[in-house]
Design a protein around this ligand. Structure first.
Ligand code: GAF
Length: 364
């Protein structure tokens, strides 16, 4: 049996596919994958949460997606086959408690749990970064969502008690300890988020439009990671207004993310909170990936006792906010935020007090 966690991103949104920086932590919600060999030549995948099972002949996994939960584990198995591993008869049982459609990477948790379990069964030797890339390929090529590497990477490589500053260009990373007296409070707006939806993809296309416009003048700009605010000032007129705004978010977000890691490592929580606030409003106003409810959730947290920083986390258009809160105030913060949010929006939010957890591992 193996476990792979969901994640919360502290800062660095829509920067991963621009080969920039992100700073996520794994959370204590996870997918569990139980795997065992079978001798009847069948690959049986069961989703405990749905009470459903799919059974395939070995060597005859589906060619195309089914647009349901099975695409994630099947995609991973197909990528392993592409890597030259023969998938034998097996039973794989999945169960998870990562809230679905909440921007906490339930999909990555399923992919990574599957990959870790099946890699163990077939004795495949993947390094952490390779395993993350395998899962990302499953999502890009089989599931059909254009996600970056952040979610799969942190689900594989996270360390308990730490956030991870990841350079999405070369996948090198630095661990940043989250102080013991700081709680991760995750507030679910209950507005559904999806990476497979059109908005994520159209934002990504706008980021690419901006990159191309700058690249015409500076060929060394392969991704927005390589661009500067000055580039945007000079050549912003040669792209659409939307592309310019999206690019401004991504370029400044990369700078904020590196600065935020530094602040966390130096325990400068004031500066970290300031950067998170700036990141939220950049995500909301320039990237236009927030929604009324998420903006309200961030605003309503501002003057609650114990708050260090709050922002919308994940792919956007709903999902959760992440709140760094002094641990001693976390419980009170949780109930006050729920109450305020209910009064403002009429919605009953779920608010989780989480702990930065370890990446994928065997469960004894
Ligand atoms: C989603 C994607 F899956 C990630 O790759 C990342 O782009 C994120 O949205 C936005 O930062 O979680």
């Amino acid at each position: 049996m193996f476990a792979a966690p969901g994640r919360v991103n502290l800062i660095g949104e829509h920067t991963d596919y621009a080969e920039g920086f992100v700073m996520p932590a794994a959370i204590d919600f996870a997918t569990l994958a139980g795997v065992s060999p079978r001798t009847d030549g069948k690959v049986a995948i069961r989703a405990e949460n749905y009470g459903e099972e799919r059974v395939y002949e070995t060597g005859a996994l589906p060619q195309t997606r089914s647009r349901d939960w099975s695409d994630y584990p099947v995609g991973v198995l197909k990528m392993m086959e592409e890597d030259g591993y023969r998938i034998p008869g097996l039973s794989l049982t999945l169960w998870g408690d990562v809230p679905l459609g909440s921007g906490l990477s339930s999909s990555a948790a399923v992919e990574v749990a599957t990959a870790t379990a099946v890699a163990d069964l077939v004795n495949a030797k993947y390094t952490g970064p390779e395993l993350a890339r395998l899962c990302q390929r499953a999502e890009n090529q089989f599931v059909g969502s254009a996600c970056g590497i952040m979610d799969q990477f942190v689900s594989v490589n996270a360390r308990e008690g730490h956030a991870l500053l990841l350079d999405c260009r070369d996948l090198s990373y630095r661990l940043a300890p989250i102080p013991e007296d700081v709680a991760l409070v995750i507030a679910n707006t209950m507005v559904k988020h999806a990476v497979t939806g059109g908005e994520y993809t159209s934002r990504r296309a706008e980021v690419e439009e901006a990159t191309e416009a700058i690249r015409r003048h500076r060929p060394e700009v392969k991704f927005l990671r390589d661009a500067t605010v000055e580039d945007l000032e000079r050549w912003g007129g040669e792209m659409s207004e939307n592309a310019r705004k999206r690019a401004r978010h991504v370029i400044t977000e990369n700078q904020r993310t590196v600065a935020a890691a530094k602040a966390l490592i130096c325990k400068d929580l004031r500066e970290l909170g300031r950067l998170m606030a700036e990141a939220h409003w950049s995500y909301s106003r320039d990237f236009e990936a927030s929604c009324e409810e998420a903006d309200a959730m961030v605003e309503l947290a501002q003057d609650l006792p114990g708050l260090i920083g709050a922002r919308l986390t994940g792919g956007g258009f709903g999902g959760c906010t992440v709140n760094l809160v002094e641990a001693g105030s976390a419980e009170e913060f949780r109930s006050a935020l729920k109450e305020r949010y209910k009064a403002r929006t009429g919605i009953e939010a779920q608010v989780y007090i989480c702990h930065a957890s370890a990446g994928a591992h065997r469960v004894e």
